[in-house]
Design a protein around this ligand. Structure first.
Ligand SMILES: [Zn+2]
Length: 461
């Protein structure tokens, strides 16, 4: 047993008298654009104690497309958490109107002592939740799988500030790193952690985090990128081209992902893929991904973490995405975008000064004109499979253009309602002219920063 695992176990089991087991419900989520169904895979007792905050078992934020609730024998609510899923995104793509698909999913919670009921609810148009699945489960059934600490000897404590129940445990999982590349993985994990803690609000909340890193060795270097004919069987199963979007990196192999992750304490996971090509992804309550060798790795890491950790929406709207717009503008549930249907009750109203006009002016036409030309160049670079350095240069030029354009506008630092967000040029609004959820800038807007801090507050004691 190396010193790393010894340290890990010491921390993970400190306060063991109060330690609660971590239970994970693995299930299959199937359907198409109009119907969905859930079916049991198995209940798993994870090898490490529950890393969440025992003092805040009920989710007050209720972000995400789904919400799960654990209720006791007399119906009392024991635990709840909002989340989103790959299925929840997939059902809005064109493919979901053509075929059925199945995705493996999990929800994790502290193990109840007696039989319980688990209910999954789905968000409705009025932003409430309707139940879509309920199942009664026995936490002590002998068929429940007891998972082993499969990769414990590979867990690297990057930064440890306290007991997992009192901190946000961020786990960095490497995918596509060979045994010979483990040093490269650790150096990258440390470098991205450094940049993460240089970004607000993480800079002032640093001691509220533990950061762990783990990369099960891959036989080959890098991950799959089907659109360029690259195929790999990497341990986590992360790949580019999710939903046929070349820059969208996800793994659909949830079982493999969970078996790897359960060797370390985690509230949030960032999957670092051993690739240079720009790409990433982030799903609330699941994981985020980032191309660790990209010149834009720190931006990808932090932007995608915003989706995964705080349920933030994309504020950009000029890049192509796989999701189909329903045509109906309704108030989005995410904390950082609004349809502005009721300006008097804007969700970030308390941050808007009385003399700020809603909607708020910004150089939208100039920005869009530039964005159209930029997107054409971007598509061309990918179609011609040009070197990544040319893409990086294009990103830098377009970022320089936006920063300069915004800096010269009087509303540059104003909080208001700026039209263009949530993949739509019209009908959706963001709170600030610029934000890391909008362009490849350095910082989160104030509204996004506050939404992130609410999640940190829910996990720390
Ligand atoms: Zn923002």
């Amino acid at each position: 047993m190396g010193h790393k695992i010894f340290l890990l176990l010491m921390i993970a089991t400190s306060g063991a008298a109060h330690a609660t087991d971590t239970l994970r419900l693995d299930y299959f989520h199937s359907g198409n654009a109009t119907e969905e169904m859930f079916s049991l895979d198995e209940l798993v007792i994870e090898p490490l104690p529950w890393p969440g905050n025992p003092k805040q078992p009920i989710d007050e934020l209720k972000r995400g497309k789904y919400l799960f609730e654990v209720t006791g024998e007399s119906g009392e609510l024991l635990y709840s958490r909002g989340f989103s899923s790959i299925y929840g995104e997939w059902e809005t793509t064109g493919e979901a109107r053509e075929i059925n698909r199945t995705f493996h999913e999990s929800v994790r919670f502290p193990k109840p002592e007696v039989p319980f009921e688990l209910t999954i609810k789905k968000r409705n148009a009025a932003n409430g939740f309707d139940p879509v699945w309920s199942i009664k489960l026995d936490p002590d059934d002998y068929v429940n799988h007891r998972e082993s600490l499969l990769h414990a000897d590979r867990v690297i404590p990057i930064e440890v500030n306290g007991d997992p129940t009192e901190k946000v445990d961020l786990l960095l999982i490497g995918d596509g790193y060979t045994e010979a590349e483990m040093g490269k993985f650790e150096a990258t994990a440390r470098e991205l952690t450094k940049k993460f803690f240089e970004t607000s609000p993480f800079d002032r909340r640093r001691t509220d985090f533990n950061v762990w890193a783990l990369a099960p060795p891959s036989r080959q270097s890098g991950i799959s990128r089907p659109s360029t004919g690259t195929y790999r069987d990497s341990p986590v199963g992360a790949r580019y081209d999710a939903f046929r979007s070349e820059r969208y990196v996800l793994t659909y192999d949830n079982k493999a992902f969970r078996r790897i992750a359960s060797s370390a304490p985690y509230d949030a996971v960032e999957i670092l893929v051993n690739n240079e090509t720009y790409g990433g992804g982030g799903i609330y309550g699941l994981y985020s991904t980032a191309a660790a060798n990209s010149a834009w790795a720190a931006y990808l890491f932090i932007h995608e973490f915003g989706h995964h950790f705080a349920g933030l929406a994309d504020e950009y709207y000029t890049s192509s995405v796989a999701y189909e717009f329903s045509g109906e503008i309704t108030e989005p549930h995410e904390p950082n975008v609004t349809a502005l249907l009721d300006p008097d009750n804007l969700k970030w109203n308390h941050r808007v000064s009385a003399d700020t006009a809603l909607p708020t002016q910004w150089p939208k036409e100039k920005y869009e004109k530039h964005a159209v030309a930029y997107q054409e160049k971007r598509k061309k670079l990918r179609a011609e499979n040009r070197p990544e350095s040319e893409m990086n240069e294009l990103f830098q030029q377009t970022q320089d253009f936006s920063e300069k354009l915004f800096a010269s506008h009087p509303n540059h630092r104003v909080i208001g309602a700026f039209e263009g967000a949530n993949y739509q040029a019209k009908g959706y609004y963001r709170s600030a002219m610029n934000c890391i959820m909008f362009t490849r800038t350095r910082d989160f807007c104030d509204v996004c920063g506050a939404a992130i801090e609410q999640v940190i507050d829910s996990l720390v004691q």
